[in-house]
Design a protein around this ligand. Sequence first.
Ligand SMILES: [Zn+2]
Length: 482
Amino acid sequence: MTAADGSPRPIVFRNGLVLTMDDAHTVLEGADVLVVGDRIAEVGVGLAAPDGALEIDASGGIVMPGMVDTHRHLWQTAMRGYGADWSLTQYFVWYYLEWGKIFRPEDIHAGNLLGAVEALDAGVTTTVDWSHGLRSVDHADAAVDALEAVPGRWVLGYGNIQDGPWNWSTAPEFGDFYRRRIDGKGDRLGFQMAFDVTGDPAFPERAAFEVARDLDVAVSTHSGVWGATGDDSIRLIHDNGFANRKTIYVHSATLSADSYHRIAASGGSVSVSTESEQSAGQGYPPTWTLRKYGIPVSLSMDTSVWWSGDLFSAMRTTLSADRSREHLEAHAKSETVTHHALRAEQVVDWATRGGAKALGMDHLVGSLEKGKKADVVLIKNDASPAMFPVLNPYGHVVFQAQRGDVHTVVVDGRVVKADGRLVDGDTLATAKQEVAGTIEFLQSNLGDAWRSGMNPDVPETKVLDNPYQYTDFASGSTHGQE
Ligand SMILES: [Zn+2]
């Protein structure tokens, strides 16, 4: 898909339903999106395209900005689905205490490669790799090697759950790594520091925040996680002057009004991972609360060791969880919700523009506007009954479409998925091979713990006595009323 001089060929999406996600949320029917070089050259109806432009028929489809995931532990993709039945405690025991420390650099590479390919395939063009398995710089190099092998837009969130952030962030090799692998790499490889604040009154995390300040990079932190990080963490970050517009608070599901006020006042944002919060128990998915405090929201998938890795799932669960809570709150007051406050349109914004804003990349990506970087997704699947009719485009994206409907993905002006298939199938093949090696390594090291780790004990539950059943005293059993 490149011209003879190596620059990407101009691309024009023709005759689509275009969700620009600009400030006015302009929606254009039967419209074109023209990409020249790495930028969006024009959005409008009946555009003239340069000679030799790649024409993509977007009729019957929805053209939207590439989606942005602000918190994903890509390295854990190597264990896709393994922890489907875990609690958060079981996750912590598995990764933080028992087995996270055996992951080798090649295992980080394997998970990152598969997860990165998966993100592009699902139309997620920018992903924060919240990479907290970097127990050495070799691991970090492996993480970046994998990200650089996949033509998406990445932000490495450097972390290491095996050591205190005040240790790893102040080691000379950390600064060396930043200068060697990240600094000056442009807008396809960004950087954050990813660590949690325990609430220890001594605030040992201060040193790591100071490093972030010196490097002028964002800190992303799991906060408002029931039983792990709470109001003390937010207060320490804020009182010590480290809460700022770049700070991303992941989950923030169980916090006091005071903490939400501190986040809002300092300009921070919250990365909501609804599938995660619903299943792991950080707290109720918080958008219904964040909206009250005016806190900006972005969406994220957290980890494929439990859940899915695409933002269609994030949008759907987030809108549903928000409405579910609104109903419950109303019912508790004997009221009925007659009009929904949160709309599909807002959730699509969170999945695109909201993520770009949270990452300070709003001037580059997150909307389809002239001059922005060309990260474009076409959702179109003529073979799917669910892709017709398209009447309410935002509603369609949130409740009807899914990752299999992602027809074309463009990142930085280059086509990475065309006609429903990844352009570079070789990287996927490599990723599969590497992940198979990691699974073999883990199985041989864990032995019996491999199977038991995947199948935690089920607590005993008793079916309640039912007053509408007759007791058969002779046999001691009960029968339902017939
Ligand atoms: Zn997380």
